[in-house]
Design a protein around this ligand. Structure first.
Ligand SMILES: NC(=O)c1ccc[n+]([C@@H]2O[C@H](COP(=O)([O-])OP(=O)(O)OC[C@H]3O[C@@H](n4cnc5c(N)ncnc54)[C@H](O)[C@@H]3O)[C@@H](O)[C@H]2O)c1
Length: 342
């Protein structure tokens, strides 16, 4: 396959980023259908695309033989049904984060894609942003020595247009609070940089009644490699400073990503200025994600973000919720299929 015809399913807030990203890939892909249960939203996004068809049901999308792939941008709790149906219809799928709300759903989605021989790509920009990919490479090369710890922060004030979507703030519907909604971005980065996690401890709090679920979490994790990690994530922090950031500390140096420096920086005592900027953090994270998705589907490149990565992401979230609930350090082995959340 040389060119991908895509159907956008879910024409809400994030769909605009997907449309803009595909417009930058016009030589390899285009959106041909915009689907939303709300006909106005479908029509509005179809107009933004330019020459896409607007429809209101997934069935219409899947019955269209011109559609090669489906972009699932519906609310979290509706991902599984759309992904499974699309895969069974032989369509490749990119699914927005979080992959789903239960591990059983994740497994069914992964199995449906494998059974149909289509790609299931986990739409998590942290796994495809060039600076994160480079940071993981630099650390794997041993340039900061042995990894000691990873410290991540993703704290901001959830506001503006995002407050208009009621489903997002009902944990009974989505399966979680801000850790599932936005903390997953930082967790994905921690897993990419630090490797698999073995245990999780978590403190959770709520400062904003209107958000539902927890709006702030502090996690401590032990990685399989023996190194440690922390994550502070919040949707109740009334500031964007410091920026989302990650610091990886090694025995011979450190790597910083984002934060006040806004770049990927290698810190070592033997460097001139004791530091070297490896990559500026510019560019469009959605364009980078769609670019790597197309490399995978059209170019046969190994996927940087398979469905399994989304499942593992969710498993850490569930372990954190269990740890917050019980007040103890939870091993990842304890997170079973029927683990209750929130
Ligand atoms: N990567 C990021 O930074 C980022 C940011 C925001 C949202 N997201 C994710 O994107 C997804 C959507 O979030 P959003 O903010 O766009 O939400 P939204 O509520 O603005 O949009 C969801 C859309 O899906 C539509 N929809 C619901 N059921 C449908 C169905 N059965 N078929 C077709 N359309 C249906 C709704 O009408 C709505 O227009 C979520 O999984 C969210 O976590 C990711």
């Amino acid at each position: 396959m040389k060119f991908l015809n895509v159907a956008l399913v879910g024409c809400g807030l994030i769909s605009e980023e997907h449309i803009r990203a595909y417009q930058k890939q016009a030589d390899r892909a285009r959106i041909i259908v915009c689907c939303d249960i709300d006909p106005n939203k479908a029509a509005q996004r179809a107009t933004l695309v330019g020459d896409a068809r607007a429809v209101t049901t997934l069935e219409e999308v899947l019955a269209d033989p011109e559609v090669d792939a489906v972009e699932v941008c519906t609310p979290h709790h509706l991902h599984a049904e759309a992904v499974i149906a699309a895969a069974r219809a032989g369509k490749h799928v990119l699914c927005q984060k979080p992959l789903a709300k239960t591990l059983a759903e994740c497994d069914a989605m992964i199995a449906a894609a494998a059974g149909a021989g289509v790609t299931l790509f986990y739409g998590e920009t942290s796994l495809t942003q060039p600076a994160a990919v480079e940071a993981a490479r630099v650390i794997a090369e041993g340039r900061i020595g042995r990894l000691v710890g990873v410290q991540a922060t993703l704290a901001f004030w959830q506001g503006g247009k995002y407050l208009s979507t009621a489903w997002r703030y009902d944990p009974g519907v989505t399966g979680g609070g801000q850790l599932l909604d936005s903390g997953v971005h930082a967790l994905a980065l921690m897993l990419k940089i630090g490797g698999p996690i073995r245990t999780v401890a978590c403190l959770a709090a709520r400062f904003r009644e209107e958000l539902g679920g927890e709006d702030t979490c502090a996690l401590s994790v032990r990685f399989e490699g023996g190194h440690l990690g922390t994550l502070f994530c919040s949707q109740a922090a009334g500031t964007w400073v410091p920026q989302p950031s990650l610091v990886a500390y090694g025995t011979e140096g450190a790597v910083t990503l984002g934060g006040p420096l806004g770049a990927l920086v290698l810190h070592r005592p033997d460097l001139p200025d004791r530091r070297e900027v490896l990559q500026e953090q510019r560019g469009d994270p959605f364009a980078a994600m769609i670019g790597q998705y197309l490399d995978t589907v059209l170019g046969g490149a190994p996927s940087p973000s398979p469905g399994e990565a989304g499942r593992e992401n969710l498993r850490v979230v569930l372990a954190a919720y269990e740890a917050a609930r019980t007040g103890r350090e939870v091993t990842m082995d304890e997170v079973t299929m029927d683990c209750i959340q929130v």
